[in-house]
Design a protein around this ligand. Structure first.
Ligand SMILES: [Zn+2]
Length: 187
């Protein structure tokens, strides 16, 4: 069976064999991965069945590659829609309902009309009905306080949350690298 090369992205691992990031998962298109192999910037850890060839060369596409030089990961997390949802575990912070991301909204705990800012510490994930019910009121006026005080997460905290939401398109060869460094519970 031949698989279209365009469906064969490579999972990119840092030099310590951890994925560069969980969200977005660090994937490179096959062209970029092959180029990096020839520039000797990466090592091939695992390959697909799918081959590409030129007149002079045949090569199985890399499915997992690791950088030869370690890239330090940023400690501060980007303030993005996805990361806010990830911090709040895709759960409405008022009623506690887990929702798919397209049904979640942002809520300003202190409404913008009351001087609330759009910052980590004032924005939470909320389902549509809760967001509507809270409206422009302060938590103390409507008796709706977020279940978890919103905070600025570290990238490490987001990665911890991210492990609970694995992307649903994992190639088999990626699994080990996405899960091998999970902390073991002491018992
Ligand atoms: Zn809700």
């Amino acid at each position: 069976m031949t698989v279209e090369p365009n469906t064969c992205p490579a999972l990119v691992l840092n030099a310590d064999f951890r994925p560069l990031s969980y969200f977005p998962l660090s994937l490179w298109p096959w062209q970029e991965a092959v180029k990096a192999v020839f520039l000797e910037r990466v090592s091939i850890v695992s390959v697909y069945e799918t081959e590409v060839h030129s007149p002079s060369l045949r090569m199985r596409l890399p499915s997992v590659i690791s950088l030869k030089e370690y890239v330090p990961t940023k400690r501060t997390a980007a303030f993005t829609r996805f990361n806010v949802f990830l911090r709040d575990r895709f759960t409405c912070q008022y009623c506690g309902d887990p929702s798919p991301s397209h049904e979640l909204t942002f809520d300003h705990v202190v409404p913008r009309s009351r001087g609330g800012r759009t910052v980590w510490e004032n924005v939470v994930a909320a389902c549509g009905p809760c967001n509507l019910r809270k409206g422009n009121r302060l938590p103390r006026d409507c008796g709706m306080a977020p279940r978890h005080e919103p905070y600025r997460p570290t990238t490490w905290q987001l990665q911890e949350h991210g492990r609970g939401f694995p992307p649903n398109f994992l190639h088999d060869s990626w699994r080990d690298f996405l899960y091998w460094d999970v902390e073991l519970e002491p018992y």
